[in-house]
Ligand binder design. Sequence first.
Ligand code: HGY
Ligand code: MN
Ligand code: MN
Length: 413
Amino acid sequence: MNDSRVQASTQKLLELLEELGAYTASGPGVTRLLYTKEWRQAQIFLQQKMVGFGLKVTTDKVGNVYGRLCGRSPEEMVILTGSHIDTVVNGGKYDGAYGIAAAMVALQDLQMNYGQPKRTLEVVSFCEEEGSRFPIAYWGSGHVTERYDGSEAATCKDADGISLQAAMEEFSFLQGVTEGNGARNDIGAFVELHIEQGIILEKTDTQIGVVQGIVGQRRYMVKVSGAANHAGTTPMLMRQDALASAVEMLYVLEGAAKLAGEPLVATSGKLEVHPNTPNVIPGEVLFTLDIRHIEEDDLECFCAKLFSRYYEITAERGVTLEVTPVLHTLPAPMDTKLSTALENICRQQGKTYRTMVSGAGHDAQLFAPRCPTAMIFVPSRSGISHSPEEYTSPKQLAAGLEVLTAMLYELAY
Ligand code: HGY
Ligand code: MN
Ligand code: MN
């Protein structure tokens, strides 16, 4: 595309990102959790914008929003592109939103410059990917790829005890909801543009990441139950201290992960202490585990060893353990043909690129087993993400948009 067109597209993209970033709860960064007011406003904003971009808008029962550019051969499989609209708490304005906004601009540019595509192109704003409000993740793409059928909503509750079902009924969409539970079997390929959320591209001064694979991920909720007791009158050797036990377990987690070495990573991001009172020995502690690796066997082996050590600790300390699996996604290789096509596009556009593994989970990993799937990364400043400091420059955002547009042209025209 010539310079003025690139500038115009970049401007549209930046405006969309700014407008989306304004749909947030109060506090630092962007907080747009599933089925909240700000989530609904953002999805309705996107519906309206997609109409303005000349796309046919549909919405499914969980609140995935689609914008369709109909192809001349409607019987052919659809080329889908997009990402998730939800964020983590106090996250950034690019994670997820960039993939949606860029896809919208790309479809509008393709229609303007090349007219109607042969194959239908569709942008999707998945309702949820992060798992930040409810103990379930990929709620949007999980319906599209038949990982979920919606029955999970009744038993899933957020920290305030609100069920996913009730939240969905209250904040989902009233108008224009398509039939069915969102499963799609007409997707011929899925391409997701996303910020890297890591430091490799910046450190190696590379414009584009061509993702070869996405790590597998296991998330757990761990409950340690001991005995609440008086902090002053209970001798140290007569305690069943749930917090001291959890601290030992988290120390073991970090040590085992460092010993296992890259690419394994393990994190505990959430911890609750009950009764959380200075002069009471904690009776119960809940903490999360998020463990990732590109090899499923290594992930399985690491978790098995970790939990057997945890049960030893409970025996030594006279506490009990309850481990609830929350998420288990398999490592997902990207489609080699599409990745090679992306490398060729980078060379044709004179962009520096490198192939890489994604340490972050993405909606793309749910599509990989179902259809040819590809991911494109652009740099994150200082590798920071899931933070108000998340930032990617307009030039870097534009580079990703150009590669995505060329990929969609190749797939649909
Ligand atoms: O946690 C992740 O990897 C992604 O940002 N959901
Ligand atoms: Mn994220
Ligand atoms: Mn993301």
